[in-house]
Design a protein around this ligand. Structure first.
Ligand code: HEM
Length: 438
């Protein structure tokens, strides 16, 4: 059996008399004997959504490459680095990772219920993609500021991205409606927690949208709201959704009880730490304890994934479990003020952010997409992983933690190395698109 197959666990995996569907559906709900076939036949639309998300990665990645070259040669057309960074971050978060997670979760749910993704789920995924695409140019030109449109000055980037807020809320409703009658195994518990984080993060984003229309320049509020909602988004929504999808793929090999406790710790720790930073009114130790709890949750979940994947000899998933464990350990260390200060001085945050967002979130999406849509082409995962490694090695000399980080070669190396994952994800999309027409 390949590392990525079989995509849909058969009866054998749960022992005599039980199918994978029996394990997740309450007996009262009508069971369709052909549920797996139905799911295979109806998630094609979600594969298209994944491919569009991959296209968003390519555009956002090129904006990142442009930033890297811009650091050496300057940016074209009077663009400001800060605005390009906003455009890059938004498209990566809301055009790539979020719709790709929507597509993979919808496919997992369809596989378990035997029902196709609802019209609402499909519309919400489409709206999320459209809104991310529409806000890219306004962010590039004016960041969170106002754009001149004829005689009017409008916060165009905020208007365009407010569609995403509607999309996330609608998608959460569609997810709840599709899964309310399913048994909550670790995969669904983690995805439930992820969706809660998504909704809480979007409350922060609503606040940001409202602040953009406020008569007084809300600089300080904006400065705190942006890290709040991006933090809950990446450490809550991304991390827990990835855990849920990996647990779904690895079921029933993961330890359910321990996993549930770790999910609660990860969610609660992330939320408490984010609110403590946002409100800045609590004693500092609460945020430290919350960060440590979230880190502990991530380590436990990472080890669980790695052990379960190791037992199945799925080395791609094992490496993702190891990455999650490493993220937990790093977050735990960064919870200590001294370490956090050293990391800032050594210019590590951007490197660490990409180690997580590319090395775990993006690679997990690649592994899960191959497993679902091209189980025969699992080896491509290592190709994509190699391109991510090239970027991370290439930008390492920009940090002070690298002993040989001197010389004229540092910026060109970082710029050229940054192209690698763009090529990697474009190739992944090509492979996924060429798969079995399901
Ligand atoms: C081809 C892949 C990528 C390239 C070339 C790239 C490049 C960059 C560059 C040049 C910056 C600005 C760094 C600075 O200001 O010093 C940046 C920042 C950022 N990128 Fe990426 N990036 C990539 C992938 C991603 C992905 C996949 C995500 C998220 C899913 C992401 C999220 C971010 C975030 C959140 C920041 C702001 C970090 C901060 O200011 O602390 N990037 N990226």
């Amino acid at each position: 059996m390949s590392e990525l197959g079989p995509v849909y666990p058969g009866r054998a995996s749960l022992g005599k008399g039980h199918t994978s569907l029996d394990a997740v559906r309450r007996p009262s709900v009508g069971v369709r004997p052909d549920a797996n076939c139905l799911a295979v036949g109806t998630v094609a639309v979600m594969r298209r959504a994944f491919l569009l998300a991959a296209a968003a990665f390519v555009v956002a990645g090129l904006a990142g490459v442009q930033m890297r070259f811009g650091m050496q040669y300057g940016l074209p057309g009077g663009w400001r680095l800060e605005h390009v960074r906003f455009a890059h971050t938004h498209l990566m978060y809301f055009g790539w990772a979020t719709p790709a997670l929507f597509a993979l979760i919808c496919s997992l749910v369809a596989e378990r219920t035997g029902r196709p993704p609802s019209r609402l789920a499909r519309a919400a995924t489409g709206l999320a993609l459209a809104s991310a695409a529409a806000s890219f140019v306004p962010f590039l030109l004016d960041g969170y500021g106002f754009t001149q449109v004829g005689a009017l000055r409008l916060p165009l980037s905020m208007i365009a991205s407010s569609g995403a807020l509607v999309a996330w809320g609608s998608w959460a409703v569609a997810y709840a409606a599709a899964t309310w009658d399913l048994r909550r195994d670790l995969a669904l518990v983690a995805i439930d927690a992820a969706v809660l984080a998504l909704l809480i993060a979007s409350a922060g984003a609503w606040g940001l949208a409202a602040a953009a229309f406020a008569p007084v320049a809300p600089g300080m509020l904006m400065d705190r709201l942006v890290p709040f909602y991006l933090g809950v988004f990446s450490n809550g929504w991304f991390a827990l959704a990835v855990v849920g999808l990996l647990a779904g793929a690895l079921a029933p090999r993961v330890d359910e009880r321990l996993g549930r406790v770790a999910v609660v710790l990860l969610l609660a720790g992330t939320l408490v730490a984010a609110f403590a930073d946002l409100l800045a009114i609590w004693p500092a130790w609460i945020a430290v304890a919350a960060r440590l709890a979230a880190a502990y949750g991530a380590v436990v979940l990472g080890l669980q994934v790695a052990l379960a994947a190791g037992r199945a000899r799925w080395f791609g998933a094992l490496s993702l479990g190891a990455m999650l464990t490493a993220k937990g350990l790093v977050e735990g260390a960064l919870a200590l003020e001294r370490v956090a200060r050293w990391s800032e001085r050594a210019a590590l945050p951007v490197w660490l952010a990409h180690g997580y967002l590319l090395g775990l979130v993006t690679l997990a999406l690649a592994w899960l997409a191959l497993r679902r849509w091209r189980p025969d082409a699992g080896g491509w995962f290592w190709g994509v992983a190699a391109t991510v490694a090239v970027l991370l090695v290439g930008i390492a000399p920009l940090t002070q933690a690298w002993p040989f980080a001197r010389g004229v070669w540092v910026l060109p190396l970082a710029a050229w190395a940054s192209l690698a994952p763009v090529v990697g994800i474009a190739a992944l999309a090509w492979v996924v698109a060429g798969g079995r027409r399901s």
